[in-house]
Design a protein around this ligand. Structure first.
Ligand SMILES: NC(=O)c1ccc[n+]([C@@H]2O[C@H](COP(=O)([O-])OP(=O)(O)OC[C@H]3O[C@@H](n4cnc5c(N)ncnc54)[C@H](O)[C@@H]3O)[C@@H](O)[C@H]2O)c1
Length: 228
């Protein structure tokens, strides 16, 4: 029996990058991953629901479609995110600030709202994993909206854990900081900015270590590094 047999898992932002790697890993462990993204996945044969995590109607449609097809939702990975226009606060791009907070923080909370409502109805064990970032835990120059949003996501996990642990039997609420080295390079071979962050990891990472996601064919994805 595989680790995630019979588990139906929604992965927002699962069409690309870390979300797609999570979907592949979940599938290899027996789960049925649902890709909820604004675009279709770059590879793989997944059930895809076009979703914008900032839009309640889109999230309602996602839950309805998954429940109509599979009957239940066991795991949510709220992973969709965008990056910011970095710069000093005196030159803050206000439109970009709003866009990043909207997707990276509001989108995670809204996704939690609509999916957890379904999980509560089911009354069976369920898990919520929200993707934060090392930038939500440690400071870095010229990052405002992204750092604020990711710090928010990490803190949201605290109230979710308090609120939901009694409502969802066996609920696991995580906010995993993630970090990716440059594509195609090992983390030992990263540039100085990334090295700066990596050196801060022992202070900031809840479990004080890096982890790796492996692709389904067993090849290590050198561009993927999760901070767990
Ligand atoms: N890559 C990194 O170094 C890194 C580090 C720490 C945390 N993270 C976080 O991990 C998550 C995934 O990062 P990634 O590097 O794989 O990103 P990515 O850009 O490769 O993929 C993000 C996905 O989210 C989707 N998306 C964007 N806005 C959306 C919306 N409104 N609704 C639905 N889907 C939307 C995109 O279409 C894309 O497929 C993000 O939350 C990111 O902030 C990434």
């Amino acid at each position: 029996m595989a680790l995630l047999d019979e588990k139906v898992a929604i992965i927002t932002g699962g069409a690309n990058g870390i979300g797609l790697a999570i979907a592949q890993k979940f599938a290899a462990e027996g789960a049925t991953p649902i890709i909820a993204d604004m675009k279709a996945p770059a590879e793989g044969n997944f059930f895809f629901v076009e979703t914008n995590v900032t839009q309640p109607a889109s999230l309602t449609n996602l839950v309805d479609q998954v429940v109509a097809k599979y009957g239940h939702i066991d795991v949510l990975v709220a992973n969709a995110g965008i990056t910011e226009h970095k710069g000093p606060v005196s030159q803050l791009d206000e439109e970009n600030w709003n866009a990043v907070i909207n997707v990276d923080l509001n989108g995670v909370v809204l996704t939690n709202k609509y999916v957890v409502a379904q999980m509560e109805k089911q009354g069976t064990p369920a898990s919520v994993i929200n993707t934060s970032s090392i930038l939500g835990v440690v400071g870095a120059a010229n990052s405002q909206a992204y750092s604020a949003a990711k710090a928010g996501v990490a803190n949201v996990a605290l109230f979710l854990a308090s609120n939901l642990s009694t409502a969802l039997t066996g609920a696991v609420i995580n906010a995993d900081g993630g970090y990716t080295a440059q594509k195609g390079k090992s983390w030992r071979d990263v540039d100085s900015h990334q090295l700066f962050l990596i050196k801060k990891v022992p202070q900031g990472a809840p479990l004080n270590r890096f982890g790796w996601l492996e692709s389904t064919n067993g090849t290590r994805l050198n561009h993927l590094m999760a901070l767990l």
